[in-house]
Write a protein that binds this ligand. Sequence first.
Ligand code: FAD
Length: 425
Amino acid sequence: MAEVMRRKKVCVIGAGAAGLCAARHFAPNLNFELKVFEQTNNIGGTWVYKEATEVDENGLPVHSSMYRDLRTNLPAKIMNFPDYQRLNAVEPCCVSHQEVRSYLQNYADHFDLFKYIQFGTRIESVRLQVSAEGEEEWVVRTKIMKTKEEKEIIFNVLMICNGHYFDPYMPKIPGIEKFPGMIIHSHSYRKPEDFSGKSVLILGAAASGVDIALDLANHAIRIYLSHNNERLNSSLPSNIIEVLGVEKIEEGKIFLKDQSSVTADVFMFCTGYRYSFPFLDENCGIRVDDNFIIPLYKHLINIDHPTMCIVGVPTVVVPFPMFHMQIQYFLALLEKRASLPTKLIMLENSKLKTSKKRHAHKLMDKQWDYNNSLADAGGFDRLPKFYKLGYEAWSAQRKANLLNYKRARFVISEDEESVELVIPK
Ligand code: FAD
């Protein structure tokens, strides 16, 4: 006779894209009783634009790093969750943040998720305890922001979907405290008019650094894009000047790695974010060491306490479809349709495979094998081919045409065996 599963109580922290995806897969499943806690008053997380940069309507630090004119840096088509393909922009292939937010609203409506979400409620702390029956449980302390009322609730399963782009990372720059101008992190960047007539040094040329430099180009007089990576292509506007990384600040000047110096009114860190789980008690067993989260199996499962997962840890990926894969894998484990390997194998899998800890969760081209491995181990469908093909076409077009790739037409063949990004004349 099949084993009857006791209904498990599931806590999801956060109602951004990852938390919604968790709810979509767990809510209809009768083996689970679901509760999603969201500290703000909205779903969507990153995709909820806030003019404010300091505190939100509930008195909490502003979570979202969205800026006013942001268009996605990935083609909308490959941002779709595979089971809800309604983000259908073809040309231009990249869409506004408002469109992504409404897509998430529609996703939540379509799967009837709102009834599981408790808004304005922040998770203050989570600790592990063992029940009288010897089972591990998560003791979750919630705080209702309006009334300040706090209470502890016990759950069997914990899914951390709190986002990974809200705690700014700013490398130490000798002399930065004496920089005479404005210092800002991209987390607080909102609109280019705020920098009209100013010269801005942007430190970091990953997605945000490049995108914000282009956003500023019609307003700032000069933008130094400071980084140590491969040079970008030459089609940048003439007031964006690529320079080497920053060495130090002295006597009001910014010294670069080649000992040359520049001056600027604004120093903008586009240096990314730190993983941050301020609510996790030490006894939950998760550590973050120089942005390397340990010990996680498949960048997802808490190896010591596998009824906990952290969704969305890999970087330089296509996040929404990856959430869809991670969550189904976790569900398969809990339902015992899949099983974890031995602890020794999991620890081996979790070892650092990159030269720097900071890049431990960067997947890039490896994301497709990663997604496939989740599907194969969990016994569910792999992602349709157009995701990988679309990502590759996007990657090539972005490299060749940084200025125009967002305007491209997303052309997918009828058999979905090929994808092209065509820039209109
Ligand atoms: P979030 O969207 O950050 O949501 C986390 C939620 O958890 C928030 O609502 C937050 O309020 C809540 N929360 C946090 N802590 C607590 C707590 N203690 N208690 C209760 N609730 C809590 N991705 C793309 O696919 N395409 C793009 O073009 C793209 N552009 C981006 C541009 C920027 C500027 C940034 C910052 C990110 C971009 N991303 C993009 C990545 C984006 O972050 C992901 O697509 C995705 O939205 C992440 O979803 P999430 O649910 O993991 O996190």
